[in-house]
Design a protein around this ligand. Structure first.
Ligand code: NAG
Length: 533
């Protein structure tokens, strides 16, 4: 925490820890009394906690307790009642800031303390170890939040009044098969935030966006995410994502791919050893970058492009469209009056990129708390990332791997002169965190198994280490399988079988299984090329 929120020198930091915790708690209550918990509020408490030398888990525990108590206040409230309260609340809002109309100095509202019963039983004025604000003081600080279930419901994104007037149903129509699934409560599936049990409500929301699908359970890559956030897996366009997933698996399992990978590596290392000339220095970014720079890909790989390019291009188009819709949703505060964090890999990270660019264009600042993009098919220029940073009030993280052959290959037809965020550091701009996972990510598809360990690495709070370990184990098994596969292939090669036979063994789409099929495609390609000229 100290790294991201450097402490400011102050005399309060010498107070006993209990007192400091109470100060933090009081400020948290005060911020909640503004009827929201926006990312700027969160930044403030993080800075405060850091300056008072309070460990972050204290803040997290406090947030959890407050969320639980607030969620309890609206547990048994009927929607109809909430809608009625909405009207009352609006009338009250008009008076809110006039002197002497409630507020801290005004009379305590009816019911003695003015605190809702669940808040009272949760001891909301107290910190865990006993020091407490008085009940009426707490009620005074919290103001409307303590009295109105409507305000609390709005905080959590329920029955919210949207400035755009667009309902969640309308948004959902723009994204094929859109759905939100709570990461830790697999039974919930809906198109709205907050339709979950009160025990899952939190003061901060997280949206997890995947980049392809190889199985139906979209929450799986995100299980490590711990319980300190209200985390949802964002389902978008399962059809396109499943096609992408199938294509990726097919290519990665193919002999052509493992040969191609070897060829790329051999080619670059050869250059490195034989020609220490200036132009090689440009290649120090790695073999993938070098292949991109020279636009030279092994022919075996280019043949696979038929399998993979179409789903990818389709995926990119859909991701951009989804990103625009997501930006609109966030501007409508469908997640409630609280911050939202976006995490995604591959095409999912593309969704986030488009979303942030769109938010910046609309000058929608202070809505997104953190954004973590992994293996992103998007430009890496400082201008782009500076624009994205303008709408992210917390951390903006670019997770990249210089070994991500698949990403480089897929992105080869896009605007390369602007770089690829998923392959390189973001340079020339402050405030962006770069995370180099080259050592961990050999292939693009590993991102789905490494989300937990990457998040743990960047200091995400409350990662479930057990899940991370299980994920890493699962990946080690896959790794082993793919190694065995390529060894088997090498053995075949050694037996002097023709390369065509090796390629035939590939589990590529059926029509390409026979060697003749491959030859036929080759001829077709040539013809096409000529046609264009
Ligand atoms: C990223 O990590 C790899 C391997 O750990 C290393 O070779 C490479 O130089 C690093 N890149 C940068 C830009 O630090």
């Amino acid at each position: 925490m100290r790294k991201f929120y450097p402490p400011m020198a102050n005399t309060l930091s010498y107070l006993p820890m209990e007192k400091k915790k109470l100060i933090l708690h009081g400020v948290l209550l005060l911020l909640l009394s503004l009827d929201h918990y926006h990312p700027y509020s969160r930044s403030l408490v993080l800075n405060l906690a850091s300056s008072l030398h309070i460990p972050i888990h204290v803040l997290l525990d406090d947030e959890l307790r407050l969320a639980a108590a607030l969620a309890e206040t609206i547990k048994n409230v009927e929607p109809a009642e909430l809608l009625q309260r909405r009207a009352e609340q609006q009338a009250k809002c008009a008076k809110k800031w006039k002197p002497g109309s409630g507020g801290r100095s005004g009379p305590v509202p009816s019911g003695g303390t003015g605190l809702a019963v669940p808040l009272l039983t949760a001891g909301i004025g107290a910190i865990a170890s006993g020091l407490a604000l008085g009940t009426s003081a707490t009620a005074g600080i919290l103001g409307a939040v303590a009295e109105s279930s409507y305000v609390v419901a709005t905080l959590f994104g329920l029955y919210i009044m949207r400035p755009s007037g667009k309902s969640m149903e309308q948004f959902a129509k723009e994204v094929p098969n859109f759905a939100l699934k709570h990461v830790h409560d697999a039974d919930t599936e809906g198109i709205e935030f907050g339709k979950i049990g009160p025990e899952h409500r939190r003061l901060r929301a997280v949206l997890c966006i995947g980049g392809w699908m190889t199985e139906d359970d979209i929450t799986k890559p995100w299980r490590a995410l711990g319980d300190s956030n209200e985390a949802y897996a964002f389902q978008w366009d399962p059809e396109a994502l499943t096609k992408m997933g199938n294509a990726l698996s097919t290519v990665l399992k193919s002999a052509a791919w493992s040969l191609a990978k070897k060829e790329i590596i051999a080619r670059t290392s050869e250059k490195h050893s034989h020609a220490p000339e200036p132009h090689v220095v440009a290649n120090k970014a790695g073999p993938v970058q070098a292949s991109l720079d020279q636009n030279m890909w092994p022919s075996g790989l280019l043949r696979m492009s038929k399998t993979i390019d179409n789903p990818w291009i389709m995926g990119m188009v859909r991701a951009d469209k989804t990103g625009y819709t997501l930006a609109e949703m966030i501007m409508s505060k469908v997640h409630g009056e609280r911050g939202i964090t976006l995490i995604g890999y591959s095409l999912g990270a593309r969704v986030i990129y488009t979303c942030l660019m769109s938010l910046a264009e609309k000058r929608a600042f202070g809505l997104v708390e953190n954004a973590i993009l992994m293996g992103t098919p998007a430009p890496s220029g400082p201008l782009v990332w500076g624009t994205m940073k303008s709408v992210v009030s917390g951390r903006l993280v670019n997770v990249y791997s210089e070994n991500d052959y698949i990403l480089g290959f897929l992105y080869r037809t896009s605007c390369l002169q602007y770089g690829i965020a998923g392959l390189q550091r973001i340079e020339g701009i402050d405030g962006i965190e770069n995370v180099n996972v080259t050592a961990k990510i050999g292939g693009h598809m590993r991102y789905q198994h490494l989300v937990g360990s990457i998040l743990d690495h960047i200091g995400w709070e409350g990662i479930d280490r057990e899940v991370v370990a299980a994920d890493e184990k699962a990946m080690a098994i896959l790794e082993e399988q793919s190694r065995e596969r390529s060894e088997r292939r090498d053995a075949v090669e050694l037996n002097h079988e023709s390369p065509a036979a090796v390629e035939a063994e590939v589990e590529v789409p059926k029509e390409e299984k026979e060697p003749e099929g491959i030859i036929r495609t080759r001829i077709k390609k040539k013809k096409k090329g000529r046609g264009r000229k």
